[in-house]
Unconditional design. Structure first.
Length: 125
C-alpha cells in the first residue's frame, strides 16, 4: 500500500495470502487506529514546471518563531517544514519554477533569520 495506494483489496489479499474480507477488516482497523492516516498520490512536479527543488535550513533570529510558522504555513510551494534540533531551527523543502523565483523566495524569508540552501539534484530512494 505504501507504493500503490490505489491497490484493490482483492489484489492486496493475493499479495499477502489472506482473504479479501480479512484484508478489508485489517485495513479498516488500521484506519480506525489512525495508523493509516490517508491515501496520497505521487506528483511529478517537473512536469508541472517546478524545475528547482531546494532544502532550506533556517536559523531564526530575533525570536521570530511564531511569525515564521505563520508565514511558512501559507506557502503553497513548501512540501514540508520541520522544527529540528541542531544548528538550524527549521528545515523545509520548497519547489520553484526557476532561479528568479528562488531569489525572490530567499529574499522573502531572509528577514526571519540565517538561511542555508541545498539544491536537490535527484532522489536516491
Amino acid at each position: 500500500m505504501l507504493n500503490n495506494s490505489r491497490i484493490t483489496i482483492n489484489e492486496l489479499s493475493k499479495q499477502v495470502n489472506l482473504s479479501a474480507p480479512a484484508v478489508r477488516e485489517r485495513v479498516n482497523k488500521l484506519e480506525d487506529q489512525g495508523i493509516i492516516k490517508g491515501y496520497t498520490i505521487n506528483i511529478d512536479y517537473k512536469e508541472l514546471g517546478y524545475d528547482v527543488e531546494i532544502l532550506i535550513e533556517l536559523t531564526i533570529k530575533n525570536n521570530r518563531y511564531k511569525d515564521f510558522k505563520e508565514f511558512i504555513s501559507k506557502q503553497d510551494n513548501v512540501e514540508f517544514c520541520y522544527r529540528v534540533s541542531g544548528e538550524a531551527c527549521f528545515v523545509f523543502k520548497v519547489r520553484l519554477e526557476n532561479m528568479d523565483e528562488v531569489e525572490t523566495f530567499v529574499d522573502t524569508i531572509q528577514p526571519y533569520g540565517q538561511i542555508k540552501c541545498q539544491f536537490i539534484f535527484s532522489s536516491v530512494v
